[in-house]
Each structure stands twice: as C-alpha cells, then as structure tokens.
Design a protein around this ligand. Structure first.
Ligand code: B12
Ligand code: SF4
Ligand code: SF4
Length: 320
C-alpha cells in the first residue's frame, strides 16, 4: 500500500531516506554479479591457511562468488553501514573489549533494521524477493560494500568510508529488482600509509590487504576453539580479552564519522556488578560465575566466546 509521501519519491530515494531514518551512516547499491576477481584472492588466502580453523570459510566458494545462489534472480546488492564508534574509552589496566562488542549483538540489531527496510520496500514493490545478511552468510560483504560505492578496502582489510570512517559494520540486502547502482567506486585512500601494518602487535597483517587470521588477536580471542599452543602463532594479546581494535585505531580514517547514536550499541551495564562491562576489572571477570555471565551477556557478542574462553584469554594476558 502506498502512502502520499511515497508517491512523489522513487524507490532509490526512499531507500536512502529509510536508511537514514533507521540510523545507518550510508547506503549504496551494487549491481549483482560474479565476484570472480575477489574470489581468486580468497581461495589463495584459504590455500595458504590464513583462515585458521574457520572451516566454514573453506565451504560454499560457489555461493561466495555468485550471490544468485543465495537469492535466485538477484539483481541488486544493497549495502548499509551501521556506525558503532564509541564516545567512551576504557581505562588503562582494564581488560580491553573490541568496541563493536560493547553493546547488544550487532547481528540482531542490524538484521532487525534490514528487515524493516525490506518490509517498507515490499509495500512499494509488490512481489519483491529479498534476503538480509550481516556476517551470517558466505558473502564477501566488504567487497560488495566497495562495489556499492561506500568506501575502499584498506591495507588492514577493512572497508573504509572517506566520509563515515572505519567504525562501521556492514549489512546487506539482496533483492530481485533493479535499483540505481553506484556511479563509481571510491578510490583507495591508503597511499603510502602503513600504520595498521606497523601497529598490529601480532604480525597478522602479513602484507598490505592480506591477513593471516591464525595470528590475529581478534581470531584468537573470539573464534579459536582451542588454546594456541603453536609457538609460531603465539602472540601478545596487548590487553585484549575479546576482539582487537588496534589496526582500526591506528588508521587516520578513524577520525572520520561521528559517534554512534544507536542506543543498542551503548556499553552494557550490569546491575549485578553496578558498572558497565567496559569497566570490569581482572578481578570482576575472574569472579564471574557461568550463570552470572550468561545473565549479563545474554544479548552480547561476548556470549559467543563464553566465560571459559574469556577466562582463558585473561590468563593469556597475565602471562606476558
Ligand atoms: C571471518 C571474519 C573475520 C576473521 C578473519 C578476518 C578477515 N580479514 O577475514 C576474524 C575473526 C579474524 C575477524 C576479525 C575482525 N573482523 Co571480521 N569478519 C569475518 C567475516 C565473517 C568473513 C570475512 C572473510 O570472508 N574472510 C576470509 C578471508 C580469506 O578473507 P580476507 O582475509 O579478507 O581475504 C581477502 C584478502 O586476503 C584479499 N587479498 C587481496 N589481495 C590479495 C592478494 C593475495 C596474494 C592474497 C592471498 C589475498 C589478497 O582478498 C581476499 C578476498 O576478499 C566478515 C563478514 C562477511 N561475511 O564478509 C566479517 C567482517 C569482515 N569483520 C568485521 C570486523 C568489524 C572485524 C574486526 C574489526 C572485529 C574486531 N574489532 O575484533 C576484526 C578486524 C580484523 C581485520 N583487520 O580484518 C566487519 C568489517 C566491517 C568493515 N568496515 O570492513 C565484517 C564485514 C562483518 C560485518 N558484517 O560488518 N573477522
Ligand atoms: S585485529 Fe589486531 S591482531 Fe588482528 S590484524 Fe588488526 S591489529 Fe592485528
Ligand atoms: S592505517 Fe593507513 S594503510 Fe592502514 S588502512 Fe588506514 S590508511 Fe590504509
């Protein structure tokens, strides 16, 4: 059902308006097609073992290359940037948590907003087929966001918007309708800079644009199911017990973009400890029981790691 204000705007304008209304920093559309070039590099990364134990990255190469296997008849890949730059800082001596994980789990937060956009689109385009994703599917999200004109891929591997900075998560909507595609791709903004490579304390950025997840603190503190025993991949955790923001904070583009206004991304507060999770000390963390952890972090990305993994990460911190 159309309403009056919609009549005067085309779907492309409506999309931008809805993206803004829902708080996204930016929105762009790429023409759906094959990701042939990117998938070659991807395969090479996997062949070299850079994906560590994330076996799911070895699978579904065909889908990763061809999004029509996720949505038959897909014509457009809508990409949105969810801003998460935090105004607060963690105090020295407090175990660090990557800032994307301070609030509610972004998967749920972003997916909900993407579904709302699809709901609105369906009111205007009857018969629209759509699927929403954030992190959840074999989809090269950063590459699609680049194709959608939202930014460039930095030497740290992340999508960087020249206007809205680097603290943005990516949400994707596949639709079977043609939309207005990005006019041009944003040119690379790294130049001679290599601050991220120099700043990475783990040597995980093997070369510009190439990351060896086996060494990455983010991988080791979140994804890795086992305690790292191989000497080669033992890295200093640099204070992090969940994720790592070092190659983000080192980037000059991190100054671009405003602080997030999304209430869902505000640091979680624990009534039990009467403080925010970004204020938890080593003692607070070690004193957490499984039940209390589950209660405090029920909507948090930290739930994924679980308390035993976090406690193990704490032990790793004090080892060096
Ligand atoms: C797996 C994964 C991880 C893994 C592996 C990281 C990685 N770089 O792939 C780990 C757990 C380490 C991780 C960490 C982080 N992640 Co992550 N992650 C993903 C996920 C689910 C898949 C990415 C993927 O396919 N990796 C597979 C490997 C093989 O890809 P790759 O290293 O990028 O390979 C490319 C390069 O090697 C490159 N390449 C270019 N030239 C050449 C040349 C040669 C010779 C070779 C070999 C390769 C190569 O081409 C390859 C293909 O793209 C995406 C979501 C998604 N579905 O896209 C989020 C995603 C990339 N992550 C995200 C974030 C925020 C992070 C962290 C910042 C979180 C944190 N604070 O701890 C860190 C950043 C670390 C970093 N510098 O990349 C965001 C990035 C947003 C943005 N603005 O770019 C994403 C897009 C999630 C989202 N929906 O917002 N992540
Ligand atoms: S997230 Fe940390 S460990 Fe991983 S590449 Fe960036 S700086 Fe290095
Ligand atoms: S720190 Fe420098 S080299 Fe690294 S992504 Fe940012 S601009 Fe590019």
């Amino acid at each position: 059902m159309k309403n009056h204000s919609m009549d005067s705007l085309c779907i492309d304008e409506l999309l931008l308006r809805w993206s803004e209304e829902l708080g996204f920093a930016d929105c762009g559309v790429a023409r759906a097609g094959l990701m042939t070039e990117a998938i070659k590099n991807f395969r090479e990364s996997v062949q070299r073992g850079f994906h560590a134990d994330m076996a799911y990255l070895e699978k579904n190469m065909d889908i990763r290359e061809d999004p029509s296997l996720l949505l038959p008849g897909v014509k457009s890949v809508i990409c949105l940037l969810a801003p998460y730059k935090q105004i607060e800082k963690q105090q020295p001596g407090i175990p660090s948590i990557a800032s994307y994980a301070w609030g509610d789990d972004y998967h749920n937060v972003i997916r909900k907003k993407l579904r709302e956009i699809v709901r609105r689109m369906k009111e205007v385009i009857p018969g629209l087929e759509a699927r929403v994703f954030t992190d959840s599917a074999p989809l090269l999200e950063r590459m699609w966001a680049k194709e959608a004109g939202l930014g460039f891929i930095g030497k740290n591997g992340l999508l960087i918007s020249k206007k809205y900075g680097i603290h943005n998560l990516i949400g994707v909507i596949l639709v079977n309708t043609q939309l207005k595609y990005a006019g041009k791709i944003v040119s690379n903004g790294c130049g001679k800079c290599r601050r991220c490579l120099d700043a990475c304390p783990a040597g995980a950025l093997a070369a510009p644009y190439i990351m060896d997840a086996r060494r990455c603190i983010s991988y080791q503190t979140i994804e890795s199911k086992r305690v790292c025993t191989e000497e080669d991949f033992k890295v200093t955790r640099s204070g992090y017990i969940f994720g790592c923001d070092i190659c983000i904070e080192a980037c000059p583009w991190a100054n671009r973009g405003g602080f997030t206004t999304w209430p869902e991304f505000a640091p979680l507060y624990s009534a039990i400890l009467d403080k925010k999770i970004i204020e938890f000390s080593v003692e607070d963390w070690t004193g957490l029981s499984e039940d209390v952890f589950r209660e405090i972090f029920k909507n948090s990305p930290l739930k994924r790691a679980g308390i035993s993994k976090i406690k193990n990460n704490l032990e790793e911190l004090t080892k060096r």
